[in-house]
Design a protein around this ligand. Structure first.
Ligand code: PRP
Ligand code: ADE
Length: 178
């Protein structure tokens, strides 16, 4: 058909008002995972972006939990490894962690110390950019590891929350913007 890959992906994102709390319009990517053609389209679009803009990438770094759905598929396409940035307390062995502020309270993410070596060129991936707090903390982790951050990638960017500004100077590539 003549439908573009982006249109296909767009058709597989749903919006749920007032989830998980009143006033939040939740963008649900589950229909993408349920449709092999839509999931292939997402992976194709990320792969095209990386091959064109970051062919030197060494590692894809995915964020807990929905970055784990897209990251490994992309890493396999590119022939590079995938590393997990997890919420605190889930990873064995020596880890490095970074705490960050949420709308209410605090959160912390961590990576295994031997996950990323100094100088490795990394691309971070998640499903969605909102305030940017999560990706910002993950970038801080990568800096602690002395990684070379090439950029961030998300399926969805929520523009009104200005997450892009928070992540400067790192570039953010998104497939869909709301
Ligand atoms: C969501 C989403 C991103 C993050 C974006 O994850 O998957 O990781 O929020 O928000 P931010 O840009 O304001 O930091 P969530 O915290 O709901 O956890 P989950 O991945 O475990 O569902
Ligand atoms: N994470 C933070 N804000 C979100 C939203 N509006 N939809 C889905 N995931 C989110």
């Amino acid at each position: 058909s003549s439908e573009s890959k982006l249109q296909l992906v767009h058709r597989h994102v749903r919006a749920f008002p007032d989830f998980p709390k009143k006033g939040i319009l939740f963008r649900d990517i589950c229909p993408i995972l349920k449709d092999p053609a839509a999931l292939t389209a997402v992976t194709d679009l990320f792969e095209e972006h990386v091959r064109k803009n970051h062919p030197q990438v060494d590692l894809i770094v995915g964020l807990d939990a929905r970055g784990f759905l897209f990251g490994p598929l992309l890493a396999q396409r590119l022939g590079v490894g995938f590393v997990l940035v997890r919420k605190i307390g889930k990873l064995p062995g020596s880890t490095v962690s970074v705490a960050y502020d949420l709308e209410y309270g605090k959160a912390e993410v961590e990576v295994q110390e031997d996950g990323v070596a100094p100088g490795q060129k990394v691309l971070l991936i998640d499903d969605l950019l909102a305030t940017g707090g999560t990706l910002y903390a993950a970038c801080e982790l990568m800096k602690k590891q002395k990684a070379d951050i090439l950029g961030c990638m998300v399926v969805i960017e929520l523009k009104e929350l200005n997450g892009i500004d928070k992540l400067k100077p790192h570039q953010v590539f998104s497939l869909l913007q709301y």
